[in-house]
Write a protein that binds this ligand. Structure first.
Ligand code: KIV
Length: 293
């Protein structure tokens, strides 16, 4: 039996702790529909994150703020339908709680996160921030049986306060980040995304925390890495500086499609069609009849 054998169940949040203890890097990729889910599952991702970045990547919004809970659930269901592996080899699906679904009171937060687990194949939710109010939400969700992934550093739902700048650049904000990470761990988060913070800060937190730290724009020394799949494939118009594309998918796709469109305007014409045209043209002398034997 290989190390990845899980019998008849998909990966669970707690399994990521074993990955960390065993020093196995955790690969997290985003997906937003059945097609992208099939790609990242086939690529071998441990975790599929249905991130609220889908607001920008596939719904065309300028920020992540407008996406609704219903839309997150709809996309998570499509992701689940795209998976092809036997149940026991499937990645863990984590869905982002969208802006305002967990900031308006503990009961609302439980209702929102509970609905994600009830109505979609997600087995965990992710939420942003580590202020005392958010830590209280994590505590309440975990005690209700809902696994939570935290997210600190650059938190895109706070774009109007933080912009998309690198966070934790000075000792005071680094200590604040550390405290928040420890608070989220104590409240029961099973893992923590750290976005766009200095590499040494992320490395130190990965060493200090028991739960796995999943980095993006946070250097190489985290317990795992997460990427927005459309950025990695070069499909989005502009990739963040910390996520260079692996290929220029946008240009490759446009060129292939342009070739197809151009081909419709001047299709290659089979010889039979050409000779039929010639015989139909009154200005062209008819071709001599094929002699019959
Ligand atoms: O929404 C998202 O895709 C994310 C990742 C950038 C971590 O939160």
């Amino acid at each position: 039996m290989g190390p990845g054998y899980r019998g008849s169940r998909p990966l669970r949040p707690a399994d990521l702790l074993s990955h960390k203890r065993e020093g196995r890097a955790i690969a997290v990729l985003t997906a937003w529909d059945a097609l992208s889910a099939a790609l990242v599952e086939e690529a071998g991702a441990d975790v599929i994150l249905v991130g609220d970045s889908l607001a920008m990547v596939v719904l065309g919004h300028a920020t992540t703020l407008p996406v609704t809970l219903e839309e997150m659930i709809l996309h998570t269901r499509a992701v689940g339908r795209g998976l092809r592996r036997p149940i026991g080899q499937r990645p863990l699906i984590v869905t982002d709680l969208p802006f305002l679904s967990y900031q308006c009171g503990l009961d609302d937060a439980v209702a929102a996160a509970g609905l994600v687990l009830k109505d979609s194949p997600a087995a965990a939710v992710k939420l942003e921030g580590g202020e005392p109010e958010t830590v209280a939400v994590v505590d309440r969700l975990v005690r209700a049986g809902i696994p939570v992934m935290g997210h600190l550093g650059l938190t895109p739902q706070s774009v109007h306060q933080l912009g998309y700048r690198r966070q934790a650049n000075d000792p005071i904000s680094q200590e604040r980040l550390r405290r928040r990470a420890l608070d989220l761990q104590a409240a029961g988060c099973f893992s923590l995304v750290l976005e766009h913070v200095p590499g040494p800060v992320a490395a130190q937190l990965s060493a200090e925390l028991e739960i796995p730290v999943i980095g993006i724009g946070a250097g190489e020394h985290c317990d795992g890495q997460v990427r927005v799949t459309a950025d990695l494939l070069g499909l989005t118009e502009r990739q963040p500086p910390f996520c260079p594309p692996l290929l220029n998918g946008r240009q490759l796709g446009v060129e292939a499609l342009r070739g197809w469109v151009a081909g419709l305007a001047s299709p290659p014409r089979p010889a039979a069609e050409l000779s039929a045209d010639l015989s139909a043209d009154p200005t062209t002398p008819a071709a001599p009849a094929t002699p019959h034997c």
